[in-house]
Ligand binder design. Sequence first.
Ligand SMILES: Cc1cc2nc3c(=O)[nH]c(=O)nc-3n(C[C@H](O)[C@H](O)[C@H](O)COP(=O)(O)OP(=O)(O)OC[C@H]3O[C@@H](n4cnc5c(N)ncnc54)[C@H](O)[C@@H]3O)c2cc1C
Length: 399
Amino acid sequence: MESTDFLIVGCGPAGGTAAREAARQGVATVVLERDAVVGAKRVCAAGLRPGFCEEFDLPRSIVHLDPPTITLSTVKKTYAFTVGPAHTTTREELDGTIGDLARREGAEIRTGALFRTLRRERDGIVVEYADAAAGTRRTIRARSVFLAQGSSARLDDVDARFRHAGWSAGLITCLQYRIYPERPAAPAAYATLEMHYYRSPFSGRNVIAWMFPKRDHLSIGLGIQAKVPGAELRAEQGAFLATVERRLFPGIPYTVREEGNLLYGGLPRTTIGADGVLVGGTAAGLVDATTGEGIHEAATTGRLAAEAVAQSHAGRVRDAAPGYERAVQRRFYGRLRRRHRLMTFLERRPARFDVLFRQLEETPRFATMLQSDRDAFGPLDRMYLYAQAAKFSLSALYA
Ligand SMILES: Cc1cc2nc3c(=O)[nH]c(=O)nc-3n(C[C@H](O)[C@H](O)[C@H](O)COP(=O)(O)OP(=O)(O)OC[C@H]3O[C@@H](n4cnc5c(N)ncnc54)[C@H](O)[C@@H]3O)c2cc1C
């Protein structure tokens, strides 16, 4: 049977980064990607946090725009914040570039390869997948496996230890339009990342919507944490689009490309490493419940997976999984669990969004700290954070 050191499922930011960085460290790496072209079918607003390209050594050519402002809007008001600046791109460019760089380091990326299942044997993990081009099932043996197949990752059948009771309830139905205006939109459109939080006047459901500008188009979309019928989603999206169009491109003809996908917005999986198998990115549940951001978390888990697998490859640890799991949990779980609790609290009474956004606008230090991971805080920072959190909780109770 064919064999490799490191087998990765999925070539999104998690899988692609893991492949690039593991191959760079001399680990024989194979990636299975179900799509025919890496990144071509990803539906995403593709906003990147400040410094992302530098942190992951990616060329600036993938960046479309550097909006210096983010606005958070409720039905009452729009609150504006300065960001570092953030960046926008497309997933064709982001995932495609990471994939190319991984190949250059020596990783083999097999497209049209649909992961089916895996089983553990005495001399490794045997992964079974469908080869779309050949129309056959194939197997490959690996010492370590990284599962990074995004929101489609129902891992119950793969390993009972990865079971996550809240997985289905955490899925968010998203619809996004790429709007290509025939003339440039208002200048404000290209300087701002817009996030909108409201309760739908049609269905009463909580909606998160966005407008992220790109070089040649605007990504305008929304997500609802439930299974939502297509007609309802389109009506919701039509109403939101009309409000953005009135402000940013009134009277300008445009064409539309419609895209839909699931995002995961629940709590992280409890177990993400077991006997040589590591789970990363969205498959591990590492998406920020308040913003839907997860590219940075995904790429970071790819990096941590590559480091853990390189350690195992060099014989420094027997199994890459436990060290990987500890590192990811330490880095992300505190913040993502806090974000999930916060979102649940806000959505129960949407007037609370205004209380939070007003406080963030008045205290930029609090806004910055909410974005940071626990490791970044000293004792004084923690006291400040708790005091701000207490102030918010008290004000929000009366909202
Ligand atoms: C509408 C929308 C807007 C978003 N906007 C943002 C944003 O602006 N900024 C941000 O940071 N995050 C955003 N996100 C979240 C972001 O897309 C995810 O956090 C990120 O893609 C996670 O990367 P990943 O590598 O874990 O998984 P993915 O990017 O989902 O990649 C998984 C890969 O695995 C492949 N795959 C799946 N199943 C199999 C299989 N069985 N066999 C082989 N391959 C398989 C897929 O084809 C895909 O290439 C958004 C998500 C959505 C849906």
